[in-house]
Design a binder for this molecule. Structure first.
Ligand code: FAD
Length: 339
């Protein structure tokens, strides 16, 4: 029988380490429990928040509704010729799945090593790092529709993945709970070593013919050296998305700031590095009360201890204002605001 707890602290359930509580809290270990939960009109009508690892959310206040923590476990794989299909429960830790695949020689996820959070949340913002996005290895996901109590399988096309975006953040926001995700991986690695310092770090280690395990190790090493560990300094990784602007606006910015960091982003579009823009406004490593930006990466907002969600939100608003004033570019928050 599904247990619903009351007045539960969420401090250990969000990577910012914000002290906030949930009025009601349910942990889901099997998909049948979702059907059971939503059969009861009390839970079907109340505000609800689905969480995995809580590593992409900022709790602005206590949550006066039902928090549903996804803890469905299990990893299965099926080989077919050179391809392998791996299916994992929403509550599996993302990096455990990556390690499982790397250990078995299933290639495709190695650049996504050490991203915090759960498998179930990975399609929500189409997680990405080091030149690879979830959509590159995604096959489908199974999700529970809250309104009907039915399960539906979403193809990659139906998920409408974009840069840190999917249908679950837009049209279908709050309507489905992902219970498992299926991935399509390969037994023949097609390594992606172009992005960031991967190539350089492999060279430093004298590795000329890297395996997926080498790439996973190197990516993990680079991430640890750049990003704060949420278990010691609360954070949610990149707080803002990298803004994508038109070439005309970009030309104006480049004229004034010739070393502006940029990447081509398709037809007539340019992606700017949000971290660089924020750094140019003098925010890198700055402390404001209990919050601040990370010393090695201005894109990461941190909780130095005891910060509230609204303090971190206020800092993010100041950063948005100063970047807009200096560059005329409006930063968008990547982290989900709750409350
Ligand atoms: C140090 C650090 C580094 C990071 N680096 C990266 C990075 O390189 N690339 C990247 O893309 N992200 C990165 N992130 C962000 C984060 O790791 C990802 O967004 C991750 O997918 C969040 O998983 P989670 O389980 O913690 O999600 P949560 O924070 O629990 O939830 C995030 C959102 O998804 C919803 N959700 C969660 N689970 C489900 C489900 N089963 N069904 C439906 N909705 C659900 C929640 O309601 C919420 O809206 C980083 C975060 C940290 C702390």
């Amino acid at each position: 029988m599904l247990q619903i707890q009351q007045n539960i602290s969420l401090k250990n359930f969000n990577s910012f380490g914000i002290e906030a509580s949930a009025r009601y809290f349910a942990e889901i270990s099997h998909e049948d429990e979702l059907a059971e939960l939503f059969l009861d009109p009390q839970w079907a009508s109340i505000d609800r928040l689905v969480i995995g690892g809580g590593s992409n959310m900022l709790l602005l206040k206590d949550y006066d509704g039902l928090v549903i923590r996804m803890n469905i476990r299990g990893i299965e794989h099926r080989l077919s010729h050179d391809e392998v299909h791996v299916e994992a429960g929403a509550g599996e830790v993302w990096n455990d799945l990556v390690n499982y695949c790397v250990l078995h020689g299933y290639a495709g996820m190695e650049n996504l090593s050490l991203i915090p959070g759960s498998v179930g949340a990975s399609p929500i913002q189409n997680i990405g790092a080091y030149g690879v996005e979830l959509k590159d290895v995604f096959d489908s996901c199974r999700a529970f529709e809250i309104a009907t109590g039915m399960f539906k399988t979403f193809s990659a096309e139906e998920c409408r993945f974009g840069y840190r975006d999917s249908v679950f953040k837009t049209e279908l926001k709050g309507q489905y709970i992902i219970v498992s995700v299926k991935f399509r991986l390969s037994l023949t690695p097609n390594l992606n070593l172009q992005y960031g310092a991967i190539g350089q770090e492999l060279a430093n280690r004298g590795i000329t013919q890297p395996t997926i395990a080498d790439v996973s190790k190197v990516v993990s090493h680079i991430r640890v050296s750049k990003l704060p560990d949420p278990s010691t300094i609360g954070n949610a990784g990149s707080f803002f998305k990298n803004p994508v602007i038109g070439v005309d606006q970009f030309a104006g910015i480049q004229k004034q700031f010739p070393d502006v960091v940029n990447y081509p982003a398709g037809d007539g579009l340019v992606k700017l590095a949000a971290g660089w823009l924020i750094e140019q406004c003098g925010w890198k490593g700055k402390t404001v009360g209990n919050t601040g930006t990370w010393k090695n990466q201005a894109l990461v907002l941190v909780n130095h201890g005891g910060a509230t969600g609204s303090e971190i939100y206020a800092l993010s608003s100041q950063i948005i204002d100063s970047v807009y004033t200096k560059f005329g570019v409006l930063l968008e928050r990547e982290v989900n605001m709750i409350g």
